[in-house]
Ligand binder design. Structure first.
Ligand SMILES: Cc1ncc(COP(=O)(O)O)c(C=O)c1O
Length: 399
């Protein structure tokens, strides 16, 4: 490309929209391994009985992996339904050609949004009689049945019908002619913390409560209604949590929510976070690095400046607590993580150059750094680490 000079100024405007010229691996990026998702789903499904379905939870853009890629491979692995949080997430999948049932796990409460859900063949989660009535009216207007799932609260105190009113309300809902109840579900609040499972744990109490409600409304007789309760942890804890379908997120992406799991379950992380070395500098002993001077070199130090920071979703409170992998060796991150960059001590390496690729999350050789490690160091949970990665990081599919 040549830039022509006229009137002593460049015609930059003409050339500014060449996003596609930028190599997605030019700075920092996320590699998504679709086959890992497919294999994880296959493996997890092998733990379910033949009739138990697998809903792949692909909300929050597939936990930061790219929901289209995740859905495609989860379906290849045997997922028969998908779970999203918002209308927009559901529509994105529909417009990319996904034709499996999609459940919106978040709450849609306006007629307008419920109509959009209906038109895009997205099943809403219904937590009140009011929303159920709106759906029935929408169905009536077009002479069709609006497919939906009812949610009942058994201890999460988030969405869902109140459990002690549900039986009464279900009686009314049953008489609505223009809805089709595709599922009844609840959500576990602490399954990842209740291991090993104690009969008095809140997870068991939720299951017992859910079972009692189901018995009282006598849904066993209706085989079209799918009953579901388990997230990843619930699914891995015990078969009693499986019912007709499990809704699985974290473990499908390759991470166990439980400290200990079945040794035969070899989940494979699907996400790699990689970054290029943008600059190398050598500093003397006693020189401070980054904002606030929290790190001061104890020796003559070679620093690699990596093009990634908290504006990409790397938590700033991981400053000085993480390592980065290059060629099967770990290098410590030093100084405060800044908005767009972070520094790594590479004094012991002769091979790292400007333009070298380093791995922040994922495996190389026998070294692995997982979002679970980051979560532990930054006092959060791996779900939050995965969902924090911003759109500024291109997602690159690798298989
Ligand atoms: C309602 C619901 N079901 C299932 C899941 C999947 O959970 P996990 O990622 O622990 O498998 C989530 C995730 O937060 C959820 O909100």
């Amino acid at each position: 490309m040549q830039i022509r000079q006229t009137n002593k100024r460049f015609h930059f405007k003409k050339y500014t929209n060449f996003d596609r010229d930028i190599d997605p691996k030019q700075r920092a990026w996320i590699e998504v391994n679709g086959e890992a998702i497919e294999k994880n789903v296959r493996q997890l499904r092998s733990k379910l009985s033949k009739n138990c379905q697998f809903m792949a939870v692909v909300k929050a853009d597939g936990y930061g992996h790219d929901s289209k890629v995740v859905s495609e491979y989860a379906i290849k692995g045997g997922a028969s339904q998908l779970g999203v949080a918002t209308l927009k997430e559901g529509i994105k999948l529909r417009s990319s050609g996904v034709n499996k049932p999609i459940l919106v796990l978040g709450n849609l409460f306006t007629k307008k949004d419920l109509i959009i859900a209906f038109k895009n063949d997205l099943m809403p989660t219904i937590s009140s009689l009011r929303e159920c009535l709106i759906c029935n009216n929408i169905g009536k207007q077009v002479g069709l049945k609006f497919s939906l799932h009812l949610k009942v609260d058994t201890g999460m105190s988030r969405l869902g019908f109140e459990s002690d009113k549900f039986i009464q309300e279900f009686e009314k809902i049953k008489s609505f002619e223009n809805i089709s109840i595709e599922g009844i579900y609840s959500h576990l609040s602490s399954a990842d913390e209740d291991y090993p499972l104690d009969p008095k744990s809140s997870t068991q109490l939720q299951r017992v409560k859910f079972n009692e409600l189901l018995k009282q409304i006598n849904v066993d007789s209706d085989h079209n209604i799918k009953i579901h309760l388990a997230n990843s942890a619930g699914m891995l804890l015990n078969k009693d949590f499986h019912f007709h379908m499990v809704r699985v997120g974290l473990s499908m992406y390759g991470y166990s929510p439980l400290a200990k799991i079945d040794k035969n379950l070899l989940l494979k992380p699907a996400l790699f976070l990689k970054v290029k070395v943008a600059f190398i500098r050598i500093i003397d002993q006693g020189v401070s690095v980054s904002y606030g001077g929290k790190f001061v070199s104890r020796r003559k130090t070679k620093l690699a400046v990596l093009s990634i920071g908290y504006a990409d979703g790397v938590p700033r409170n991981l400053s000085g607590k993480i390592n980065v992998i290059h060629n099967n060796k770990l290098y410590p991150q030093v100084g405060s993580i800044t908005m767009d960059q972070m520094m790594v001590d590479i004094t012991d390496s002769d091979e790292i150059k400007v333009g070298s690729t380093m791995v922040l999350l994922g495996s190389e050789g026998d070294k692995t750094i997982s979002p679970i490690d980051w979560a532990r160091e930054s006092n959060t949970i791996p779900w939050e680490i995965l969902c924090s990665f911003k759109n500024r990081l291109p997602r690159v599919q690798v298989d």
